[in-house]
Design a protein around this ligand. Structure first.
Ligand SMILES: Nc1nc2c([nH]c(=O)n2[C@H]2C[C@H](O)[C@@H](COP(=O)(O)OP(=O)(O)OP(=O)(O)O)O2)c(=O)[nH]1
Length: 320
């Protein structure tokens, strides 16, 4: 390997029908042995990304991969080790039953349990990407009554939207906290996680799953506001905000707006090319925001983007 060249690594987040994920320990004799990782390894010269993953999983676990798509791509420089380009795929169909062929240990874990394992240092954003869904609903600014908002959040959760941000001035107005707490409880009962926009204290009072910070609020912070395991999302619009969100230790960002959107009338959109260039430089999961809908997901997935964040694109009618 030429000096300064990055190792090109492919790895798989193998997810079974119950949502559990297979992870393995690095075998004795390898660098960083004993630490947890996702199965995979180095791409060979001239080898395609998927072909490399199929080969690695066959060699390591005796599995034949059938279906997968890119999940996240990050670069990491180990201080006393290699610089790696980690190309991680979500794999949902394979043939065979896993067998440890290289002296490693492996096990299946629920996504929430992964953050308790001693993973390789580069893997924190991969663990987050494995746990987060590809659709992130942001509540609309206009609705008739707080009861409608709460009912809309619950309906979205029941429909399978598993990450929801409560956003709006109503959070800080009369009855807002009670409504937010109710929305959190009902969404959680339906299997969703709920983040509160802009207010870590309110997130705690509502027993929410974390906080989503507007860029301006994030800019005034020097450290992450909520202790793990609560999620911290940050809204970003440019490179400086993205780098700041990474430095804060945010779990994920929304980046946009990608297209013109009624939420930001007159503001210049990033456009898809600029969005993809910025998102490609990120070392954490990125949701595209601004004029996005579920029809955009396949193309975004191909670019290793986590998914979309949307108000209208994910069921505006739920809040009518
Ligand atoms: N397979 C895999 N490798 C990872 C993950 N996270 C991470 O930083 N890596 C790094 C560790 C290694 O430097 C490299 C994987 O290459 P490899 O697995 O073929 O390395 P190797 O067994 O030959 O071990 P070595 O050369 O580093 O001793 O990528 C991960 O989740 N899965």
């Amino acid at each position: 390997m030429a000096r300064g060249e990055r190792l090109r690594i492919v790895a798989a987040v193998l997810r079974d029908q119950d949502g559990r994920i297979l992870v393995s320990t690095r075998p004795a004799g390898r660098s960083m042995s004993g630490r947890w990782e996702f199965p995979g390894g180095k791409r060979e010269p001239g080898e395609g990304r998927w072909a490399a993953l199929v080969r690695e999983l066959s060699e390591e676990l005796d599995l034949h991969l059938v279906e997968g798509r890119p999940l996240i791509r990050i670069q990491h420089d180990y201080p006393d080790g290699p610089a790696v380009d980690l190309d991680v795929w979500l794999v949902t169909a394979w043939e065979g039953a896993p067998r440890a062929l290289e002296g490693q240990q492996f096990d299946w874990f629920a996504p929430e349990a992964l953050s308790r394992l001693d993973f390789l240092a580069a893997n924190t954003p991969i663990v987050t990407a494995a746990r987060l869904p590809d659709r992130y609903l942001v509540t609309p600014p206009d609705f008739a009554r707080l009861e409608d908002l709460v009912a809309g959040v619950e309906a979205a959760a029941r429909r399978g939207i598993s990450l929801i941000q409560l956003r709006g001035d109503w959070l800080r107005q009369s009855g807002g906290q009670v409504a937010a707490k109710e929305a959190v409880a009902r969404a959680r009962a339906a299997g969703a996680s709920v983040l509160i926009n802009g207010d870590p204290g309110l997130a705690e009072k509502c027993q929410a799953d974390g906080v989503h910070l507007p860029a301006r609020l994030a800019a005034g912070l020097e450290s992450r506001p909520v202790v793990r395991p609560g999620l911290v999302g940050v809204s970003c619009h440019d490179e400086a905000e993205l780098r700041h969100a990474e430095a804060l230790g945010a779990d994920f960002v929304t980046l946009g707006h990608v297209r013109p959107t009624p939420s930001h009338p007159g503001a210049e959109p990033l456009g898809m090319d600029r969005f993809l260039a910025l998102a490609g430089s990120a070392s954490l999961p990125v949701y595209a925001i601004g004029g996005m809908g579920v029809a955009d997901l396949p193309a975004l997935h191909q670019q290793s983007i986590q998914g979309i964040a949307a108000i209208r694109g994910l069921g505006r009618q739920l809040f009518a």
